[in-house]
Design a protein around this ligand. Structure first.
Ligand SMILES: Nc1ncnc2c1ncn2[C@@H]1O[C@H](COP(=O)(O)OP(=O)(O)OP(=O)(O)O)[C@@H](O)[C@H]1O
Ligand SMILES: [Mg+2]
Length: 455
């Protein structure tokens, strides 16, 4: 609004002044040309007198709007086109005439509101002698009125334009501030914890795009809030169960007068519940670490030594359940990862293979280097996972067979840790049925170049 006002103000002041100036200059030169024309008509005269001057001037065209005076060298008027009421025969004391008789051209233009008055005077020179002067006066009302009406039109046009600009600006500001107000309200609501707020996604301008981005953000926050709530409720449930068992067992020991053997059994149960709590809190800590800690720098890790260490660690558990552990991994097989992560991943998968296996079963860890990736399979001959459960087993706290898994001390966190770690190490994981009826987890990692692997 300020800019248009400044531009219109400038237009209203500058344009009329310039037009007036240009018109005055044009009028001045026009009247001077006419005076020069009359002077040239007398260029061959030696002397001027009243009888000869009149007919010469009257025979000239283009002079009907102008008053023409011709004087002799003594400023006596020889001819006045005004006729009656004119100054013919009298001395003329106009300053322009005096200037012309001194040998100079004189041009004066005055611009009034409704009239432009232009005067020009020139000496008539014959044989290097000033024998008289021509004086021309022209009044031009049309041009002046045209300029005045142009000025008025510009003024009213500016007023109209300014009003339109004000209306459009105010409307635009109102609409814009209303939309921004809605956005701010929604942000404030979201800040207060209400993630269900949504903005209308109408239009294609920046505010509409901001609304779309806001809605996406609100949806994601809503989802992560749901996940967080679910996680907290699952975690507290998982913590509550062993704590309740410990409380129950310890109360029984305190209240009942039990024999030594039963008491030992109860205390041993308390110990295994405490172990479960320890394992659970370790896994929860691991998950928090995965969520918060930035990924460590990856290096080349040879798969064989890590896999070997995992199987050695899990051998006692496997032996207890009469399960055979097999390893098939070429010595030069290597991936880009962190050694600790690879250990954790393989440990969790092989541990599951043992825990959810059948008596006398087998777990095979097989690694292969393909042209562009490294494939690691952990396959067991256990009970398998039903197809509809396969997509959910990587969720936190998800267990297929809740009773069996809990009995095995599982909280349903192992695979979600594996999943996060695999992604962090730029790999992928998928689950399918094993060839011999159990489950096969397949990990794929980008292949390390030959030189890198050797180093
Ligand atoms: N090899 C497998 N064979 C059959 N079922 C499996 C296998 N691996 C995982 N599952 C099923 O998937 C569920 C999730 O496994 P996950 O490793 O995440 O948890 P968990 O073993 O129960 O507990 P945690 O690993 O946290 O101690 C298990 O409860 C189990 O029901
Ligand atoms: Mg597990």
């Amino acid at each position: 609004m300020l800019i248009t006002s400044a531009v219109l103000l400038f237009l209203n002041i500058y344009a009329p002044i310039t037009i007036r100036k240009l018109t005055c200059t044009a009028q001045g030169s026009a009247v001077k040309d006419k005076a020069r024309l009359i002077v040239s008509a007398f260029s061959s005269y030696e002397k001027l007198d009243g009888e000869t001057v009149g007919p010469v001037v009257q025979s000239m065209s283009d002079l009907h709007n102008a008053r023409v005076l011709v004087t002799d060298a003594g400023a006596r008027c020889l001819y006045d086109s005004l006729g009656v009421g004119g100054v013919a025969g009298k001395l003329v004391f106009y300053p322009e005439v005096a200037e012309a008789l001194e040998g100079n051209d004189a041009v004066h233009v005055r611009c009034e509101e409704t009239l432009i008055i232009s005067k020009a005077s020139m000496p008539i020179v014959a044989y290097n002698r000033i024998i008289g002067a021509v004086y021309l006066l022209e009044r031009n009302g049309n041009q002046a009125q045209l300029i005045t009406s142009l000025q008025r039109n510009i003024f009213w046009l500016s007023v109209g334009l300014e009003i339109a600009v004000v209306i459009v600006s105010v409307l635009f500001a109102l609409i814009f501030s209303r939309r921004m107000g809605k956005l701010f309200d929604s942000v404030r609501k979201m800040h207060g914890g209400d993630y269900s707020v949504r903005l209308p996604e109408r239009g294609r301008d920046e505010v509409a795009r901001l609304g779309v981005a806001f809605n996406e953000l609100a949806q994601r926050l809503n989802q992560s809030e749901e996940v967080r709530k679910q996680f907290v409720s699952n975690a507290s449930h998982e913590l509550k169960t062993p704590l309740a068992s410990i409380k129950l067992l310890s109360d029984s020991i305190l209240q009942n007068d039990m024999d030594q053997g039963t008491m030992r059994e109860f205390v041993s149960d308390i110990g295994s519940e405490a172990d479960r709590l320890t394992r659970l809190s370790a896994k929860l800590l691991e998950l928090t670490r995965l969520d918060t800690k930035p990924p460590e720098t990856l290096s080349t890790v040879a798969v064989l030594p890590v896999a070997d260490r995992v199987l050695r660690m899990l051998n006692p558990l496997a032996r207890k359940q009469n399960i055979r552990l097999d390893l098939d991994c070429p010595a030069d097989c290597a991936i880009t990862a962190t050694a600790d992560d690879l250990y954790q991943i393989l440990f969790n998968l092989v541990e599951n293979g043992i825990k959810y296996n059948v008596e006398g079963g087998r777990v095979l860890l097989l690694a292969r280097t393909d042209p562009d990736l490294v494939r690691i399979d952990v396959e067991d001959t256990g009970m398998g996972i039903p197809d509809i459960e396969k997509s959910r087993i990587f969720e936190r706290f998800y267990r297929v067979d809740k009773a069996r898994s809990r009995k095995a001390g599982g909280a349903g966190l192992g695979l979600s840790i594996v999943h996060d770690m695999v992604l962090r190490n730029r790999g992928s994981i998928e689950v399918s049925d094993g060839e011999n009826g159990g489950t096969r987890f397949r990990l794929c990692f980008p292949r390390v170049g030959g030189e890198e692997a050797q180093s």
